[in-house]
Design a protein around this ligand. Sequence first.
Ligand SMILES: CC(=O)N[C@H]1[C@@H](OP(=O)(O)O)O[C@H](CO)[C@@H](O)[C@@H]1O
Ligand SMILES: [Mg+2]
Length: 528
Amino acid sequence: MDKILQAAQNHKKPESVKKYQYGTAGFRMNANILDSVMFTTGILAALRSKYLGGKFIGIMITASHNPPQDNGVKLVDPMGEMLEQHWEAYATTLANAASPEVLVKEVRELIQNLKIDLKVPSNVIVARDSRESGPVLQQAAVDGLVAMEANVKQFGVLTTPQLHFLVRNHNTGKPKVETSYYEYFSTAFKEIYQLIDGDSKPPIDIVIDAANGIGAPKVEKLFDEYLKGKIHSYKVINDKYTHPETLNSHCGADFVKTNQQLPQGISAIPDKLYASFDGDADRVVFYFVNSANKFQLLDGDKISTLLARYFIKLVEQTGLKLSVGVVQTAYANGSSTNYLTQNLKLAVECTPTGVKHLHHVAQKFDIGIYFEANGHGTVLFSENLIEQVSSSSDEHAFKKLYYFTQLINQSVGDAISDLITVLLIISDLQLTPTEWNSAYADLPNKLAKVIVKDRTEFKTTNAERTLIEPKGLQQKIDQEVKKVQLGRSFVRASGTEDAVRVYAEAKTQEEVIKLSEAVCELVKEFAA
Ligand SMILES: CC(=O)N[C@H]1[C@@H](OP(=O)(O)O)O[C@H](CO)[C@@H](O)[C@@H]1O
Ligand SMILES: [Mg+2]
């Protein structure tokens, strides 16, 4: 404990910060006030590893789609999944220790309560995105790890899903170097590519906006060194990851989804496909402009419906009895839910926001497809399915399904893995962007933010679709919803920003704006 006490002198919690909170995506805020949090999170990672008998734990330093001056940190559990929920509270406790002495006391208590054996070695791997504050913050986390005498492996800059992948590999006896990521996914890609009918296969052609983030050099490496000759034509724009001040600025998945417009640097050719990653490349959205030069977004809902339709067909071809389900959040467009339940006759579940919730429910199915509307998601395949399709069958459908279980990142949503999955699927189905988009028409929708004094006053139930507090507000919202055709609206406190989010959708653009404005007014009224 002396080492912690000593090292903590250099990483004291700033008095200006009232409370740190491990939220939907770990700790995330202005990089200037993150030093002490990095240090305590390093300590917690080491404790978590010891608690799990020395398994490898991951530390990812990123603030995803946030502006360049922000940063953040999250912990990754042994199979590449998000940190177990109980431990989020421990992370919060350590981060809020007011002094080095209190920190040591809190660490002692944790060790005692959780019966952690300090003699067990701890193993932690660390990576960061391309932000300017990354190296210094990484050092603070490493200081915490060193104080705990952990074995530390630093990977430098990676995408978030690469770190998740490597954590999983470290715990499953698989290759433990960054190149194993490219080898693994490119092998699966090439196998499926070969299985797709050669003569009719449309050439793969894509422009990727990398948000000026770490996804740029990583996807270039995959395409140039591992998938040469398979991608007919590709280009990465907004690839200035060595200029972190440009990160997510007028580009990237969040910008495109929120503003429903092209990122900077693209003058689009009609019916040609484009994609945008976010800053740490764990989400992706697609888009194109139609023949009337109108921007058309292919968001997480369009991705999950495409995958659902494709996998239902593949399963049919195998003749196997496998369950297929889709998991969404309340932010999914109502038309997508309709399409899944009415046209595809699928089970659709709705969970609270945050991929850990969706991930958990998706595990119930043999093929569990989950995407947030903003493009964050993946497909999970059950052990049962993998066993059945890895049998010796030579049939294409079996083989395709088998290699998709490898092509799609099983630990977490991954922009690069999702990108190449979609590219193969639209090639196999011979779909143009317009054809992909035509499965259903999105209902006009609007996502607004209201800043209130205390967002924690907004409490929800029913997968965040119904407010229970402030009392009386939900009834008022319901009245507004009834005034428009195909209306839907819900209100919840953001887990990553100091704001209350207001979602609205309706049959027409005019009605959406009317509904959104009315609900925002109600929120302000009840918050006051
Ligand atoms: C409406 C929306 O897009 N919310 C995002 C956002 O969560 P909030 O809790 O809404 O701030 O950030 C999360 C983490 O990146 C992401 O999982 C989620 O989808
Ligand atoms: Mg992200």
